[in-house]
Ligand binder design. Structure first.
Ligand code: CUA
Length: 397
């Protein structure tokens, strides 16, 4: 095959491959498959703008193509190129007015709709009967923390990581911020992106019309493991939300010696409690009393008390369906066939990845752990220790 044909064939295969990728059934980050009114509004603006842009594109490229063919140079009978230029025009007042005013009108119309949607999306307010008053969404290299406020007292009632649980049919106000560099919070099926900027809290909102798990991905390059900074928003019915919240607000009881998970708890306290909080078990500020949710009253206090600034709160670790910045499923069956609230009792634990993660996290997810960014390796722990630790974590439901 000639080189030229090779290039043509490769180009064709490349384009076909690109087209085929859109035929997959699983599009967790699709902005078209909307599941809430904010995402719908964005889509409702995007589609008409895309159509207008496509019409302009076809008109312009069509005209360029037409003129290129129509006025191409041609050979005469003797085989010489006809170099004569067609009649030239310079300046056409009427035409110039038209091609200035038409695009201006077009852009002005698009701007009116775009600006009004931007204002609408930035109009964030919890409904009077809202179950969640607001959520502090905190980005950190390379995971997300959610401090959920069910009332107005300023102290979070629930602190969790990577999976945000919300009730359907209600607007959930977010205050998006970061502890280190700029991240961007994005649940495409529920709303657009919002940057998480250190030292600043920016309002945003989520709203889901139907129950489901909606995927997200950090969309601001934030260092080594940016691609591994994923998250989910899980929308449940209001009753399910109440049941979930009631369980999440509870602390954990310290275990008695002789309990089958006791050894794991002791390893956790010795190895992990410098960074991870378990309400009712850890003593972050070292005052001799176990942690309560009010240690999150003022995120700064907790970040100075913890070695790493802050790590995911593990109080109800086993109720989540993913771990490690949502890059691994916590349960083997991907927890898709089990109702969200039942995973901790019905899901089969993904031990293999958990063991790998706890023993040597940086091997799975690059991190500057010496700089307090990301989880360090625990190669000092024996496999019995790791197993005991995982048995303990698996019981945090
Ligand atoms: Cu966080 Cu990219």
């Amino acid at each position: 095959m000639s080189r030229r044909r090779w290039i043509r064939l490769s180009a064709l295969v490349g384009v076909l491959a690109l087209v085929l990728t859109s035929c997959g059934e699983d599009h967790p980050l699709s902005t078209f498959d909307t599941a809430g009114e904010n995402a719908e509004s964005i889509n409702g603006l995007f589609i008409p703008v895309l159509v207008i842009a496509a019409i302009v594109l076809i008109a312009v490229f069509g005209a360029v193509g037409y003129f290129a063919v129509r006025f191409r140079s041609s050979k005469d009978e003797d085989g010489n190129y006809d170099d004569e230029l067609p009649a030239q025009t310079h300046g056409n007042f009427r035409l110039e007015i038209v091609w200035t005013i038409l695009p201006a009108i077009l852009l002005a119309v698009i701007a009116v709709f775009t600006l009004s949607l931007i204002f609408e999306l930035n109009d964030v307010e919890a409904a009077p009967d809202a179950k969640i008053q607001w959520v502090d969404v905190v980005g950190q290299q390379w995971w997300w923390e959610y401090q959920i406020h069910l009332d107005d007292d300023g102290i979070p009632d629930i602190v969790t990581a990577n999976e945000l649980v919300i009730p359907i049919g209600q607007e959930v106000p977010l205050m998006v911020t970061s502890r280190d560099v700029i991240h961007s919070f994005w649940i495409p099926r529920l709303n657009g992106k919002r940057d998480a900027v250190p030292g600043r809290s920016t309002e945003w909102k989520l709203q889901a019309d139907k129950p489901g798990r909606f995927a997200g991905q950090c969309t601001e390059f934030c260092g080594l493991s940016h691609a591994f900074m994923r998250m989910w928003t899980v929308a449940v019915t209001p009753d399910e939300f109440d049941a979930w919240a009631e369980n999440q607000m509870q602390g954990v009881e310290p275990l008695a010696e002789g309990d089958e998970r006791y050894a794991g708890e002791q390893i956790f306290l010795a190895q992990c409690s410098g960074c991870h909080v378990i309400v009712g078990v850890t003593d972050t500020n070292g005052d001799g009393e176990t942690d309560d949710w009010d240690i999150y009253d003022g995120a700064n206090e907790i970040t100075t008390a913890l070695t790493s600034g802050a790590a995911p709160n593990l109080t109800h670790f086993a109720t989540r369906t993913t771990f490690a910045g949502s890059i691994y499923d916590l349960y083997m069956d991907r927890a898709e066939d089990i109702p969200y609230l039942d995973v901790a009792s019905a899901g089969e634990l993904n031990r293999k990845d958990l063991i790998a993660w706890v023993s040597n996290a940086p091997e799975r997810k690059p991190a500057d752990y010496l700089d307090g960014r990301g989880m360090p390796p625990f190669t000092n722990l024996s496999s019995d220790d790791i197993n005991a630790l995982i048995t303990y974590l698996a019981g945090l439901d």
